[in-house]
Design a protein around this ligand. Structure first.
Ligand SMILES: NC(=O)CCC(=O)C(=O)O
Length: 284
């Protein structure tokens, strides 16, 4: 069983191509998890909607029940047979006749240890650029979600969630060392905002951030930006993909986070006497 200490994470960020063939998408994800294992990784992170073209017309058709659906069974088995943590990007989840955009997390024994339903749905209307209303097809989640990887605590968000600094700040307050965002920014909003947002979330919370995108497919109705990346708590991009189908293997040294927290102790400098970020849900 892999039980990471504070310094020994090698993460794989899998920038997968997403096709219309759900079973083929799952099979490729499983192969790439195996490949990550053979490259010494203990954690694999998959992209948002890696089984499903990002299209409101398809989410319900591709949706499945968690944890009994096809994708969950495959991810659980992949985590177990490779003795890895697997952050399963996201899939459309069917529950009580609603569809959620949901990330599942599997431990090295194949157990489901966390589930995050996208809290902030991607509803934007930018004339001449991007119009998308994810809430026409999906329901929002209503909880923040973390999981433990050995001594490390990880906070989860999905794509548009990364725009909301309050959510990341709450994860920081809960002691998260790493934030993971499976995402799929489009080619209009990717160039101006993707990298900036990921770096902001890392810098302001002094955490590592992993963001995993699908590879770009210019023939699909929604063209993903790609550029999966890992950013360190200094705000520096450690590794960045281009737009192609590819994987990143990145060593995360958490002593860096401990040093930065000590050197610039913003975590203990907050003036909660004049402002605060409060988890309303869990403080009621
Ligand atoms: N899939 C998404 O949530 C896309 C988010 C996005 O592109 C943004 O700009 O926000």
């Amino acid at each position: 069983m892999t039980s990471p200490t504070s310094t020994d994470i090698r993460a794989a960020v899998l920038q997968l191509s997403v096709t219309a063939d759900k079973s083929a998408n799952i099979a490729i994800a499983v192969k790439r998890i195996q490949l990550a294992k053979s490259n010494g990784c203990t954690l694999a992170v998959l992209p948002e909607c890696f089984t499903t073209p990002y299209d409101n017309a398809l989410f319900r058709k591709y949706a499945e029940i968690i944890p009994d659906g096809e994708t969950c069974k495959a991810l659980s088995q992949a985590a177990k047979s490779n003795k890895m943590y697997v952050v399963g990007g996201s899939i459309p989840e069917l529950c009580d006749n609603k569809v959620y955009n949901t990330c599942t997390v599997w431990d090295p024994n194949g157990n489901l240890i966390a589930k995050h339903r996208k809290v902030h749905l991607f509803d934007v209307n930018i004339p001449g650029s991007t119009c998308f209303k994810e809430s026409n097809a999906m329901s929002p989640g209503n909880t923040l979600n973390t999981f433990q990887m050995g001594t490390l605590k990880v906070g989860l968000g999905i794509c548009h969630d990364m725009r909301f600094s309050e959510m990341a700040a709450l994860y920081q307050k809960q002691g998260c060392d790493l934030l993971i965002y499976p995402g799929a920014f489009c080619t209009e909003l990717g160039p101006p905002h993707w990298s900036l947002l990921i770096r902001f979330r890392a810098l302001e919370n002094q955490t590592f951030v992993i963001a995993a995108s699908p590879a770009r497919d210019t023939k699909s109705s929604y063209v993903a930006w790609g550029h999966s990346m890992v950013v360190d708590p200094w705000g520096k991009i450690v590794e960045e993909a281009n737009e192609k189908d590819m994987d990143l293997y990145v060593d995360l040294d958490f002593t860096l986070r401990e040093n930065i927290k000590r050197q610039i102790p913003t975590g203990t400098q907050r003036r909660t006497d004049i402002y605060d970020t409060i988890d309303v849900k869990n403080t009621k």
